[in-house]
Every structure is written in structure tokens, then in C-alpha cells.
Design a protein around this ligand. Structure first.
Ligand code: SAH
Length: 347
């Protein structure tokens, strides 16, 4: 698989030099790619050049939109994309007053094995390349652009896959995403969600990357966390919080802890008290989301009453929290569910 979208502007210029092309041609082609055009659609580029690139196995983009599903209630759109090797991945565009946020996948499947998550049910199939992650933003941005307005203003690496388990491709993607000559999406508008791979969280900060870091904690006790997240056998809750603090100190960006509320598991008073004890005094925010029911998993979301009680305890301890609206639940909004349903229905 040879994807032009995997290349930085410098790498693209190098490649095109081998085809006897001047520097301005690389700029032209880079701009076409960022606008979502395939080689055949680059009107001001000589046909014999695009044909030669194609003959040599090059493609501009890493995927195409296979299907989209629009929520009838809140305008959320779910996308299924087909990669050039036929694998399917998914993403979701959420519309807010301040702009459009695209949730991107970083892997086909996932190796982390969280007990409540649909993305990991078939294990990890493969990593996505930087260009394949970028292509998700490119095609959805192009499709939703409205006059001079961008189709995508914010990006969250919160779809299928563990971004920090695909570190090299993900950081290259972050570099490409913010390029002025490319999509030019501000580094301030990017969030990365991790199940808590501590060395990689520190490495990200050490290497100068500054996305908002969202840490999927989901439990304040090691025993309980191990029960729902196998990764907890590698890192204790204390180690995850220490790595989060390190990230905050290095980058100055406030950490968000994700807490998906599972009925009868992590929604008890005891959990709320322990979570408060752990986070008290740390400038962070807890994002509570009611677990989205995944039928293969048999775990249910908590009741409104349990969520309210939990939040009160955090509140009383000065730990900031909010309950995230569940968007697009009528279109299989939760991670990995849509891809799974699509693949199963085709069988
Ligand atoms: N691997 C990364 C990013 C992908 S998952 C991570 O673990 O953070 C994005 C978020 O959705 C994580 O917080 C994950 O725990 C959560 N999640 C997965 N399945 C869910 C479900 N069924 N209901 C609610 N949240 C879920």
C-alpha cells in the first residue's frame, strides 16, 4: 500500500523529484490531497504524471467513505470507511455550536480487551498508518465543508484502537494534521484518549506533543479496574494518575479522566469516595458517560440516580465533573459497534 497522504510535504517533494517534477508540483498535489482528491481528480496536474504514479502503485488517500448514517435527533453522523486493503473502520462526526468534532480510529480493532468495549471483540487486526488516520479527517472535512467554513474543526482520537499502542503513526498524524499547508487544524483542538499506557503518556509530553489527554480510568481500585480493563494488570491506578500528573506538568493541559458508569460495578458510593480521594487537589476534570450497552458484553449503564449520587460526592470533594451527553445512540454511537454490525450483517 503506497499512500501519498502518508508523506510530509518534504517527503512528497522528494518523491516527485524522482519523477522529474519541480517543487511547486508537490505543493499542488499536497493541497489536492488535503482537499480530498484522488489522483484522477487533480485537474491542474499533468495526466501522464498521475498515470505514472498510479502505475507505480500510489494512491492519494487511504480510504473512501463506504456508508454514512445520520442521527435523526442530533445531527450526529456515523461513517464507515473502506481502507485500500478492504478492512472497514468507523468514525463519528458530532455537531456542536462551536464547530464539528470528528472522532477518528487509530487501529483496525484493538488489542486492549476492555470488557465493555465493542472495538476489541475481534482483537487487533492492524495499526492504521498516519495517512489512513489523516484520510478520515480529510474526507469528512471535504464532505461537510460549507463555503469557506471547515467541515471538521476539532479532532478526537477516541474511535477504535488504542492511539498510544500505535505511537509512531499517531504522532506523525498529529504533525500532519496541524500543517498550515494541509488541514491546518489547531493543535489546541485535538484530544487523544488512552486506556493509560504510562510510558507513552510521558513520552508524548517529553516529545512536545500537547493534545488534550483523556485518560480512560473507569475505576479507582486496582482490583475492579483489572476486572474491566486487562491493561490494569500492567499499570496500577496510582501509576496512571502519576503519569497523568506528569503530562499536566509538562504540557500545562488539564487532564480529563473518562469514567463510563457501569451498573453495579463502578458506580458505588465507595468508588466515588475513592476517586475523589485520588483526584482531590489535582487540576483535572472527570467526564462521566453512561455506559453504552454492548449486547456481546452484557454490561449495562448506570441509572440516572446512581450517576447523580456519584457526581454529588465528587462535587462535595471539589472534583470537577460533567456528564457527557450520549450522542447518536440511535445509530450505534458507541465505539466499534457500527463496524461490527456492518461486518456481521454482510456475513
Ligand atoms: N483506546 C482509547 C480510545 C478509544 S475508546 C481509550 O481507551 O481511551 C474511547 C472511550 O470510550 C474510552 O474511554 C473507552 O473506555 C470508552 N468506551 C468504550 N466502550 C464503551 C461503551 N460501551 N460505553 C461507554 N464508553 C465506552
Amino acid at each position: 500500500m503506497k499512500l501519498l497522504c502518508d508523506l510530509s510535504p518534504e517527503q512528497l517533494a522528494e518523491l516527485l523529484k524522482e519523477y522529474g517534477q519541480p517543487a511547486f508540483r508537490a505543493k499542488q498535489i499536497f493541497s489536492h490531497i488535503s482537499s480530498g482528491r484522488e489522483l484522477d481528480e487533480m485537474s491542474n496536474v499533468p495526466k501522464d504524471l498521475t498515470n505514472r504514479l498510479k502505475e507505480d502503485g500510489w494512491r492519494a488517500l487511504g480510504l473512501k467513505i463506504e456508508k454514512s448514517f445520520k442521527s435523526a435527533t442530533d445531527g450526529t453522523v456515523k461513517y464507515l470507511y473502506t481502507l485500500s486493503d478492504g478492512n472497514i473502520i468507523e468514525g463519528v462526526l458530532m455537531r456542536y455550536k462551536y464547530g464539528n468534532t470528528l472522532c477518528v480510529s487509530t487501529q483496525v480493532g484493538c488489542a486492549m480487551g476492555c470488557k465493555f468495549c465493542a472495538s476489541t471483540l475481534g482483537g487487533l487486526v492492524r495499526d492504521l498508518t498516519a495517512g489512513e488516520i489523516l484520510s478520515q479527517v480529510i474526507v469528512v472535512n471535504a464532505l461537510n465543508a460549507d463555503g469557506g467554513k471547515r467541515g471538521v474543526t476539532n479532532v478526537v482520537l477516541m474511535g477504535s484502537g488504542e492511539p498510544l499502542d500505535n505511537y509512531g503513526n499517531v504522532t506523525k498524524f498529529l504533525d500532519l494534521l496541524s500543517l498550515e499547508e494541509g488541514l491546518n487544524i489547531s493543535k489546541r483542538n485535538v484530544s487523544l484518549s488512552t486506556c493509560g499506557l504510562c510510558e507513552k503518556m510521558r513520552k508524548l509530553a517529553d516529545e512536545g506533543y500537547t493534545p488534550v489527554l483523556t485518560v480512560s480510568l473507569h475505576a479507582p481500585f486496582d482490583g475492579l479496574r483489572k476486572k474491566i480493563m486487562p491493561v490494569a494488570s500492567r499499570y496500577t491506578v496510582a501509576e496512571v494518575i502519576a503519569a497523568a500528573k506528569y503530562y499536566f506538568e509538562k504540557t500545562g493541559r488539564r487532564i480529563i479522566f473518562e469514567y463510563s458508569m457501569i451498573d453495579g460495578e463502578n458506580d458505588t458510593e465507595e468508588c466515588a469516595k475513592e476517586l475523589s480521594r485520588l483526584l482531590k487537589g489535582f487540576s483535572c476534570h472527570v467526564n462521566i458517560i453512561r455506559l453504552n450497552y454492548v449486547k456481546e458484553r452484557g454490561l449495562k449503564g448506570s441509572s440516572e440516580t446512581a450517576i447523580d449520587k456519584f457526581r454529588k460526592i465528587l462535587d462535595n470533594n471539589g472534583v470537577s465533573s460533567s456528564v457527557r451527553r450520549s450522542m447518536g445512540s440511535d445509530i450505534e454511537g458507541a465505539c466499534g459497534q457500527l463496524r461490527r454490525k456492518y461486518i456481521n450483517d454482510k456475513k
